[in-house]
Design a protein around this ligand. Structure first.
Ligand SMILES: NC(=O)C1=CN([C@@H]2O[C@H](COP(=O)(O)OP(=O)(O)OC[C@H]3O[C@@H](n4cnc5c(N)ncnc54)[C@H](O)[C@@H]3O)[C@@H](O)[C@H]2O)C=CC1
Ligand SMILES: O=C(O)[C@@H]1CCC=N1
Length: 270
C-alpha cells in the first residue's frame, strides 16, 4: 500500500494507527517531498519512504492519495500515465474533490474510493466515511474497509454527498472538540487554576465523557441529565449554553463545514 503524502497529518495518523494495530509496516510505503520529515516519519513507524511517487507506485495494488486538495490535480496528472496503465485501487483522503474530477485527471476506468478519515485514527479511535465509484470490486471495497477498521470504525455512504456530511461530523469534528477543550482550559486558567492542572482535568473529563457515552445504554441527552441536579451547578452552566445558542451555533458550524466542502468542489473540479 502506497500513501502519497504519507508523512502528512492525515495519512501519518492512518499509517501510525495501522502499524500500531498490527498491520505490517514493511508493506507500507509513504512518499513525501520533504526528505527529513519523511525520514523521521519512517524511523518512527518502520514504514518504507520514498520521494519518488512514480517509483513508489510502480508495483502498488493500492495507492492512497493524501495531499492537500489544492495540489491534488497536479499530483494526479503527474501519476496519471502509470495509474491508468496499471489501474491500482486509488483511495483518496481529500475533502472537497468529487470522484468525477479524479476520473478526468487519472483517466477513465481507474477504480476510486473516496475515504474521509479523521486524525484520531492515530490512536485507533478514528472514523472513516467511505464512498466507492463505479467499477470498484467488493474485494477492493474490503481493502478500504480493512484500512478503516484498523484505525477505528467505518461507514460506507451510498451517495457521494454523504461524504460532505461525514466531513461535517467526524472529518472536521475532532477540531470542534479541541476548540471546546481549549476554551475550557483557557477559562479555568483565567479563573485561577494552574494551566497544566486545567489541561489534565479538561482532557480527562473529555475522555471520560466520550467513554461513558460509548459504553452507556442511554443516549447522550440522558447522560447530560444524569449530571444535572435540579437547581444545581450543571443546570446553571447548561442553561447558559442553551440561552447562548450553542445548539444552533453547532448546527450552523457544521452547515458551514459541509458548504465549504461543496464550494471546494466547485473551485477544484476543473
Ligand atoms: N487533517 C485532517 O484532519 C484531515 C485531512 N483530510 C485530507 O487529507 C489530505 C491531506 O491533509 P493533511 O494531512 O492535513 O495535509 P498535510 O499538509 O499535513 O499533508 C500532506 C503531505 O503531502 C506532501 N506532499 C505534497 N505534495 C506532494 C507530492 N506531489 N508528492 C508527495 N507528497 C506530497 C506534503 O509534503 C505533506 O507532507 C487533504 O486532502 C485533506 O483534505 C481528510 C480528513 C481529515
Ligand atoms: O479542514 C479540512 O479541510 C480537512 C478535511 C477534514 C478535516 N480536515
Amino acid at each position: 500500500m502506497v500513501f502519497i503524502g504519507g508523512a502528512g497529518n492525515m495519512a501519518g495518523a492512518v499509517i501510525g494507527g495501522m502499524v500500531a494495530s498490527g498491520y505490517p509496516a514493511d508493506k507500507i510505503v509513504a512518499t513525501g517531498r520533504d526528505k527529513e520529515k519523511l525520514k523521521a516519519f519512517c524511523d518512527r513507524t518502520g514504514v518504507h519512504g520514498s520521494t519518488d511517487n512514480l517509483a513508489a507506485i510502480e508495483h502498488a495494488d493500492v495507492v492512497v492519495l493524501s495531499v492537500k486538495p489544492q495540489v491534488m490535480k497536479e499530483l494526479c496528472e503527474s501519476i496519471a500515465e502509470k495509474v491508468s496503465a496499471r489501474k491500482p485501487l486509488v483511495i483518496t483522503l481529500a475533502a472537497g474533490i468529487p470522484l468525477a474530477a479524479y476520473q478526468r485527471w487519472l483517466g477513465a476506468g481507474v477504480p476510486i474510493i473516496r475515504a474521509m478519515p479523521n486524525t484520531p485514527a492515530l490512536v485507533g479511535t478514528g472514523v472513516t466515511g467511505l464512498y466507492a465509484g463505479d467499477g470498484v470490486t467488493d474485494e477492493q471495497k474490503s481493502v478500504a474497509t480493512q484500512m478503516a477498521d484498523a484505525v477505528g470504525i467505518a461507514l460506507w455512504v451510498e451517495q457521494e454527498s454523504g461524504i460532505d456530511q461525514v466531513i461535517a461530523v467526524s472529518g472536521s469534528g475532532p477540531a470542534y472538540y479541541f476548540q471546546f477543550m481549549e476554551s475550557m482550559i483557557d477559562a479555568a486558567e483565567k479563573a485561577g487554576m494552574d494551566r497544566a492542572d486545567a489541561e489534565r482535568l479538561t482532557l480527562q473529563t473529555a475522555l471520560g465523557a466520550a467513554k461513558l457515552a460509548v459504553a452507556a445504554d442511554v443516549d447522550v441527552a440522558q447522560l447530560k441529565r444524569n449530571v444535572m441536579s435540579p437547581n444545581g451547578t450543571t443546570e446553571r452552566a447548561v442553561k447558559r449554553f442553551q440561552e447562548g445558542g450553542l445548539p444552533e451555533l453547532v448546527a450552523q458550524a457544521m452547515g458551514d463545514c459541509a458548504a465549504r466542502a461543496a464550494e471546494m468542489a466547485k473551485e477544484l473540479d476543473k
